[in-house]
Ligand binder design. Structure first.
Ligand code: SAM
Length: 280
């Protein structure tokens, strides 16, 4: 049974990195006139109220969008992300936070398409309402890891697959690799972005090793940590593993990550990591 609700975590430091990279990839795809397709295998409810009981329980957004919202020295890539969140709030004070579906929706052009998968019965209802009958968007109450494979390759032959599981079950770490291998076989030129948390570092080492062993080429990792690794419970860092990243992504992230680690790191313990898991 699924019990995870992303509303507890919306806008935290992990969402900052995830959504910033999502925006950079979609902006890159928009540089060409040709339409693209975006697939979000774990869409969530679409948007979050930061004044809800969920978000206020641990106020995770404070050390995420809440901190960036108040800064006047944002580097370029971060400024574009914060500006999108400001537009989502109608240039009013920070009250709402868009999930990946509404971020992508905000960036779609007329001919671009977005496919959203969500399994949780409450979240799927919220998601369907949030995207509000947009003809460019299809919502599926289905397993994104299994069913989205069949969508590939998309007719556009260019696009992004975002895989953002909650890792509630340890088996998720292996499932995402198996899915990526299947998806990549069908759509080898596509961009794939996999989010991961750092809770137990050995699981991340195994994930990175499995991707290196997969035979998939051109894989880059970007990680942001707010505390050193620990054996205690809880997420101390998170990252995105990107297959076929836009060539601009690595230089962009190398400029932005040191700043984010400094600003969001707790008691000076912030860090970042970039790593090429497989060359071109
Ligand atoms: N991508 C969202 C965002 O950025 O706002 C957050 C997604 S949240 C981390 C993960 C979501 O995946 C949860 O809403 C959960 O119900 C859903 N989920 C879990 N397993 C799934 C699966 N196999 N297929 C589709 N959705 C799934």
């Amino acid at each position: 049974m699924l019990s995870y609700r992303h509303a507890f975590h919306a806008g935290n430091f992990a969402d900052v990195l995830k959504h910033l990279i999502l925006i950079r990839i979609l902006e890159y795809l928009k540089k060409k006139d040709k339409p693209f397709c975006c697939v979000d295998t774990h869409a969530g409810p679409g948007a979050y109220a930061l004044d809800s009981d969920y978000a206020l329980k641990n106020r995770e957004f404070d050390n995420g969008i809440g901190t960036l919202w108040q800064r006047h020295d944002l580097p370029d890539g971060v400024a574009a992300y914060v500006e999108l969140i400001r537009q989502f709030n109608g240039q009013e004070p920070l009250r709402r936070y868009p999930g990946s579906p509404l971020i992508a929706q905000q960036l779609l052009r007329d001919a671009d398409r977005l496919f959203l998968y969500e399994l949780h019965s409450t979240e799927i209802a919220l998601l369907t309402e949030a995207v509000n009958r947009d003809r460019r968007i299809k919502v599926f109450h289905d397993d994104g890891l299994k069913s989205a494979i069949g969508l590939l390759p998309p007719a556009e032959r260019r696009g992004l697959v975002l895989i953002d599981p909650s890792y509630e079950m340890k088996s998720n770490y292996q499932e995402v690799v198996d899915t990526l291998v299947k998806m990549h076989k069908r759509f080898a030129t596509g961009i794939f972005a996999l989010w991961y948390p750092v809770v137990e570092r050995r699981r991340n080492d195994a994930l990175e090793q499995a991707l290196q062993n997969s035979g998939i080429k051109n894989i880059q990792l970007f990680e942001l940590g707010i505390q050193a690794d620990t054996s205690e419970h809880g997420m101390t860092a998170s990252g995105m593993i990107v297959i076929n990243p836009p060539w601009t992504l690595k230089p962009d992230m190398e400029r932005v990550l040191p700043w984010l680690a400094d600003v969001l790191g707790e008691s000076g313990a912030g860090f970042f990591r970039t790593r090429e898991l497989a060359g071109e």
